[in-house]
Design a protein around this ligand. Structure first.
Ligand SMILES: Nc1ncnc2c1ncn2[C@@H]1O[C@H](COP(=O)(O)OP(=O)(O)O)[C@@H](O)[C@H]1O
Ligand SMILES: [Mg+2]
Length: 279
């Protein structure tokens, strides 16, 4: 697997008259191509600070960030801006669309800034809008779209430059829970099918089901990391139960042939895992 985004000992201290705020402390992170990492934490936990550091929108007090092989934290302002333009896509909670532009024009904007030629721009905008299921809404302005549709335009704009890394800060924060789930599912699908490395923050515990990894932040520190939507501890507990339970206690929805259930030997850990995978 190829690491697309890497952070080493990222620390960001804000200095104010009220004292220092350690918004991020010693955060290490690696995100592979095609991997969706969700950063979870309550308000003030440091999610936005971390995402801004990862996306090169803010400079760490100490620590380093790499996008692919390039150390972003070692670049000049201009080179960093270019790296952001070419390799990163951003999605914001407030959508960040320009009201007087159509959906298609909003999506096209990053390509205009990058001076992509018009024919290619047109093709890429159409593709991006198709990927977020908004081909028919191309001429509409943001105000004529629902919140979920506006955020899908935001996502199309973020992926139109074919970024290596997607950074989304509470992309579903302004959406109702059903729309939020749809938007999160879309992000998961794009990341997994297009090999983008994504870091998405949320404070909504229901939105982690598409995640390959979940990182919990508290007071700027990583307090736990779990793989997928099931925490490691839960997986271990499930395996403990599968190992100990007599085979007759296999769940009713099991698709195993009836004959196997009458074996008297308990399943080994590896067998139990293989059975779960087959289901
Ligand atoms: N520019 C800033 N100046 C001073 N303190 C800040 C600044 N940005 C964030 N903070 C503080 O850093 C902490 C983390 O904030 P933030 O990253 O916005 O958290 P979250 O996105 O999880 O709500 C908070 O205590 C916040 O008040
Ligand atoms: Mg925030």
């Amino acid at each position: 697997m190829t690491v697309a985004l890497r952070a080493e000992k990222l620390t960001r201290v804000f200095t104010s008259s009220a004292g220092d705020v350690h918004a991020c402390v010693d955060i290490d992170l690696e995100v592979n191509e095609g991997e969706l990492v969700v950063v979870r934490g309550s308000s003030g936990a440091g999610k936005t600070t971390l995402l801004n550091l990862l996306g090169g929108l803010d400079q760490p007090t100490s620590g380093r960030v790499w996008i692919g092989d390039v150390e972003a934290t070692a670049l000049s302002e201009d080179d960093l801006a270019e790296l952001r333009r070419e390799k990163l896509g951003f999605v914001f909670q407030s959508f960040g669309l320009i009201p007087v532009l159509s959906a298609a024009e909003n999506v096209e904007l990053p390509l205009r800034i990058a001076r992509t030629d018009p024919a290619e721009r047109e093709e890429r905008v159409a593709e991006a809008l198709r990927l977020v299921n908004l081909a028919d809404q191309a001429p509409q302005r943001p105000a004529e779209l629902s919140g979920g549709q506006q955020q899908r335009v935001g996502i199309a704009r973020a992926i139109v430059s074919r970024p290596r890394v997607l950074i989304a800060d509470e992309p579903t924060g302004q959406l109702d829970s059903r729309t939020a789930t749809t938007v999160m599912d879309l992000i998961g699908e794009l990341v997994h099918t297009r090999g983008i490395a994504a870091v998405v923050s949320t404070h909504d515990p229901l939105l982690v089901r598409r995640a390959d990894r979940v990182i919990e932040l508290h007071d700027g520190r990583v307090t736990s990391v779990s793989s997928g939507s099931v925490a490691e501890a839960d997986v271990a507990a499930i395996e403990e139960i599968t190992d100990a339970a007599p085979p007759v206690a296999q769940p009713a929805q099991s698709e195993e042939p009836a004959g196997e259930a009458s074996e008297s030997a308990p399943l080994t850990r590896a067998e139990a895992r293989a059975r779960r995978k087959r289901r």
